[in-house]
Design a protein around this ligand. Sequence first.
Ligand code: GCO
Length: 437
Amino acid sequence: MNEFRHLEWGVTIAAAQTEGAHDKDGKGPSIWDTFTQKSRKIKDGSDIKEATDFYHRFKEDIDLTIDIGLKIFRFSISWPRILPEGTGKINQKGIEFYNQVIDYCLLVGVEPWITTYHWDLPQKLEDKGGWTNREIIDWYKEYVQVLRDHFADRVKNWILINEGIVCLGGGYFLGVHAPGRRGIRNFVSSTHHLLLAQAIGFKELKKKNELRVGTAISCTKIEPYRNTSADRKAANRIDTLMNRLFIEPHLGLGYPDDDLPILKRISRYYKIGDIEALKTDFDFWGIQTYTREVIKAAWYIPYMGALPIKPKKRKIPVSIMGWETYSQGTQYFLERFSAYDPEKPLWLSECGMALSEKEDDQARIEYYQNVIEGMKLVLKKGVNLKGILLWTLLDNFEWAEGFVPKFGIISLNRKTMQRKMKKSAFWLKKYLSNIKL
Ligand code: GCO
């Protein structure tokens, strides 16, 4: 059985949210560059031209990571920084940048982890249909091969695609994230292609069999509003969408379309052998969870027949994200995923809490204390939990919400780009130094 003191601790960041340098050194535009510059869908009107300037300040951020006592630095690669056109010609300056990040991590004693895709698709590929075009399976395969050939000599832990449901739900179904597309057709086709791409990406990376390759799954605790059959069924449909769709096909269970019939439309995009090809025995699963939704049956909502009841209406305090902060979700999902396969190594590969500029950071400390209690409990129950990666190091660009929600344990002055440890970072530093004793 794993012991709490053996858990590994680290942090997660993502390229589009932090790097900036959006057109520097040969980088091509991503869908998030386009979306932030052209759409009016970012609440504070911000763009990501500079973000947190990680591109120029990565050493400082890695130094802060090690100073706090965090030993894993998970970052994502910007696909258009490596392949500005999406495929074909490699941008050597992009390769050099990530080489520097990796080498600096290793130099100071932090383990680099790579996320291959955290939502910043090359715009050039979106122009050809993006995830709705089945050719993306080959595009992604080529990209993953490039990453493997350049970085796998030093990076041993890889996460393929970060949170398929949020990426496609926001970007291809609801239109609130880049590239801003909507509709069920876009959603079901892109889902099938993304899962197939991920399965193929896994095989490519495992050609180096010493690599540990996993995926990161967004999980949201779902509950029915009333204890009626209609609400329970509606909650089950949303749970299927949010918590099962992006893992069960990889487990060989097929698409969970009995519980969410609209998913039957995915079969329109099947080719012979697809369902078999989706099966993927990841080396680990990353669980990422933040909030809970309470669901009411609503016949008038297309496809889902379900409506989330806002926390305010349930008289529950919300974070600046408008979310109920739900630290108990970590324990719940670790146990639930462990039930699929008790042997499978699990990581809490993201968890965190957003506060506003003015709110007291003490709430974040309490949030992480609750998460820690949950981790201790699941370990006692024999869950094969390996470690935790916090979301996130620095306040950064929170997608459609812009820079207003603050998820970092370190604050950022966006004028001076100065970084400053918050109370929660000091607390964590002390906490980590004590568990290692
Ligand atoms: C996500 C992403 C992060 C977010 C974080 C807070 O899962 O949405 O991995 O990029 O910033 O989850 O919303």
